[in-house]
Design a protein around this ligand. Structure first.
Ligand SMILES: *Cc1c(COP(=O)(O)O)cnc(C)c1O
Ligand code: SF4
Length: 336
């Protein structure tokens, strides 16, 4: 018979996700010391290379101590290479970012509209196009998405609303409740999709209050996670995924193809298998947005296609993500 140990019985209740978020590592030297690489501090770029470091401690705990090439570490650690100017790499590679910020709503594709619900993220990924627009939480706080909802009310063609960002789950649950009350006035919207990295980097976010709100939504629900490597998963992430599924969500994942992080067939296969073990299907594998400071992450198209062909030869079709690139002005993501 198994009985709880006295120590287990004394454990405090699960920590509040916002406290865990506030307690994130924000200093690159501290991150290096945490993974037993303090001796590499001299290689850090000055001033975080212009994009703040932010890593939840639970995510850092999944990095391999003492390994400077750890695939999770490389996604978040500022590098000197970010200071290099590469031709074609610009501050705003998706072009309409300024417009996104002002509007809060992007309606580029038929039947789907994307709402920038929050500018914040739980983790700052070095390859992200957001790196030159650290626009904080003002957007939701200022209620800009209410204007977006007014706009949606005029458009009967939109059946799916996508909450994106930043990370929409960085919003407090009462904010999400407020948003869904607005959605109730939009009968044409039958699907809600959430693009989020939080269940992966801070799985405590999927707490009881969130799940109560989410499960009660009278909509079809899709959650698109963002994980790039199998090592990002652990028991807590599996648990968050299971709870999301039990609350009625279909779970998908999008990844970015990143040099030295996941650009080999074994790593991509393991990622697909690990996603499936967590009840998640791979959806998109994105070619990098060419944002200034990210050129060292780029994998060229020929190699990207060869990698996807290689995993197609090994995995069931439903575990092979679609290789895509986002092009300004296109009516959908463009297959590479
Ligand atoms: C990526 C994206 C979507 C979603 O596209 P899917 O192919 O349906 O995943 C919708 N709107 C915008 C503006 C996007 O960038
Ligand atoms: S938007 Fe996504 S990729 Fe960019 S920093 Fe946030 S979590 Fe990372």
């Amino acid at each position: 018979m198994i009985t709880a140990s006295p120590a287990a019985r004394l454990l405090p209740p699960a920590a509040d996700w916002r406290e865990l978020w506030r307690a994130s590592i924000t200093d690159a030297g501290e991150l290096l010391r945490t993974v037993q690489l303090g001796h590499l501090a001299g290689r850090l770029p000055p001033g975080d290379a212009g994009f703040a470091l932010r890593v939840p401690r639970g995510f850092a705990a999944r990095m391999r101590p003492g390994d400077p090439d750890d695939p999770l570490l490389l996604q978040v650690l500022p590098q000197l290479a970010e200071l290099e100017q590469a031709p074609g790499y610009v501050a705003d590679p998706v072009g309409d970012l300024a417009a996104r910020e002002a509007q809060g709503l992007l309606h580029k594709y038929e039947g789907r509209a994307l709402l920038i619900a929050s500018g914040s993220c739980a983790v700052n990924c070095r390859y992200c196009f957001r790196r030159h627009f650290p626009y904080g939480e003002e957007m939701a706080a200022a209620g800009q998405w209410r204007k977006a909802l007014d706009h949606l009310r005029q458009d009967a063609s939109i059946a799916e609303l996508i909450l994106s960002g930043g990370d929409p789950l960085s919003l407090a649950t009462p904010k999400l409740e407020e948003l869904s009350r607005g959605l109730a006035a939009l009968p044409q919207v039958t699907r809600l999709r959430i693009h989020t990295r939080l269940p992966v980097v801070l799985p405590e976010r999927i707490d009881a209050a969130f799940l109560a709100w989410f499960a009660a939504l009278p909509l079809q629900k899709v959650v698109v996670l963002h994980a790039n490597h199998a090592n990002e998963f652990d028991a807590a992430v599996d648990d968050a995924c299971r709870r999301l599924r039990e609350a009625g969500a279909t779970l998908l994942n999008q990844s970015v193809l990143l040099k030295n992080i996941n650009d080999d067939a074994d790593t991509l296969s393991e990622l697909s298998e690990r996603l499936f073990a967590a009840g998640v299907l791979p959806y998109y594998l994105h070619q990098l947005d060419r944002v200034q400071g990210s050129a060292h992450f780029e994998v060229d198209d020929a190699r990207a296609r060869a990698l996807v062909e290689a995993i197609r030869g090994r995995l069931p079709g439903y575990l092979v993500p679609k290789l895509v690139r986002e092009m300004e002005g296109d009516a959908s993501k463009r297959p590479v």
